[in-house]
Design a protein around this ligand. Structure first.
Ligand code: NAD
Length: 327
């Protein structure tokens, strides 16, 4: 099988190269993202492998089909970047539904602990022998109310972490899981009661801008907001307004609605054209990270192994247990 890997970084090769050899697959790694302009590179390949900031729209699906590409292998869980309906009857789409929910949940907690206790800024101060702690007062998480939006695999890992901090946990999910140690409430009630709101639902038409001007108004004064799911869950302009009105004690964002083309690249010598992102990073109580919640050894190994198992299933006509379909 010949597979073209879009948007590859050195850390992808470390995991995929040795495993692909075991399968006898020929992999070509390209650094370019998958876009309409780079699609022609896929000519002659059986499958393309893409990541969160690549996209495949309906026109690109038709082109891939014409070129004889049979499968889109997503080396991630989310699939909002592929027009799944357009793929029906033309290309199979497979994903890695779960690799390490703990990796993302632990990172969400790291963001919360950092914005709450200012460890990122303390690190910078002490390196300059500025030993003042002015402005760094946080709050105990013990006894606070955590609001979990989406109680799937990552939400559940987050709940286990919050339990370790002896927090009260309220949750919203349209499909509640009665086995979880949480109190399910309507979304509005979760937003009203939670000291910390953390987003773990997928991006769908229903969840786009779940956090907006109106829902921010429902949140507690001084709440913390953590998003490790997808950037479009938050209306960033409304978030900035909330930050300017001092609504939030802290905000941790591993994802951003316009991250495509910006995240995963070194722009340190560029003039940042995205004014909203530039504004966000100026707030002392906001941390933005570059969509790296998944980035642990365990997760990378699992991503590589499941992606290649998916390719193997396509090649050999085996059941496609990780297929994404429109229905
Ligand atoms: P999952 O499918 O196991 O769980 C998602 C949960 O969200 C489900 O319980 C579902 O019922 C619920 N849900 C659906 N619609 C909802 C709504 N309108 N409101 C509230 N909840 C809703 O998914 P998961 O593995 O827990 O992943 C969650 C998300 O995390 C993914 O969709 C992806 O966007 C994101 N993610 C981010 C990273 C990262 O590196 N930052 C890595 C992996 C996944």
């Amino acid at each position: 099988m010949r597979i073209l890997f879009y948007g590859t970084k050195p850390y992808d090769k470390i995991w995929f190269e040795p495993m692909a050899k075991d399968y006898g697959y020929e992999i070509t790694f390209v650094e370019s993202a998958c876009t309409k302009n780079t699609l022609k590179l896929a000519d002659g390949y059986d499958a393309i492998c893409i990541f969160v900031n690549d996209y495949v729209n309906d026109k690109m699906v038709d082109k891939l089909y014409e070129m004889g590409v049979k499968a889109i292998l997503l080396r991630c869980a989310g699939y909002n970047n592929v027009d799944i309906a357009a793929c029906e009857g033309k290309l199979v789409v497979l994903r890695v539904p779960s690799y390490s929910p703990e990796a993302v949940a632990e990172f969400a907690m790291a963001l919360l602990l950092t914005v709450n206790r200012y460890t990122h800024r303390a690190y910078a101060r002490t390196r300059d022998f500025n030993m003042s702690i002015n402005g760094f007062m946080g709050c105990d998480l013990f006894g606070k109310v955590a609001g979990v939006i989406g109680t799937g695999k990552i939400g559940q890992a987050m709940i286990r972490i919050f339990q370790g901090f002896s927090m009260r946990i309220v949750a919203y999910d349209p499909y509640p899981n009665p086995d979880l140690p949480v109190e399910y409430l309507p979304l509005e009630e979760v937003l009203k009661q939670a000291d910390i709101v953390t987003l773990h639902c997928p991006l769908t038409e229903e969840t786009r801008y779940l956090i907006n001007k109106d829902t921010i108004a429902m949140m507690k004064q001084g709440a913390y907001l953590i998003n490790t799911s997808r950037g479009d869950l938050i209306d960033t302009e409304a978030l900035i307004e909330g930050l300017l009105e001092r609504k939030f004690s802290g905000v941790g964002l591993d994802v951003y609605e316009e991250e495509e083309g910006i995240f995963y690249e070194d722009h340190s010598n560029d003039i940042m054209p995205d004014r909203t992102l530039a504004r966000l990073t100026t707030f002392p109580n906001v941390i933005v990270t570059s969509h790296m919640g998944f980035f642990t050894k365990e997760a990378m190994q699992a991503i590589a192994s499941v992606t290649l198992e998916n390719a193997h299933a396509v090649e050999n006509g085996l059941p496609l247990k990780n297929q994404v379909t429109h229905t």
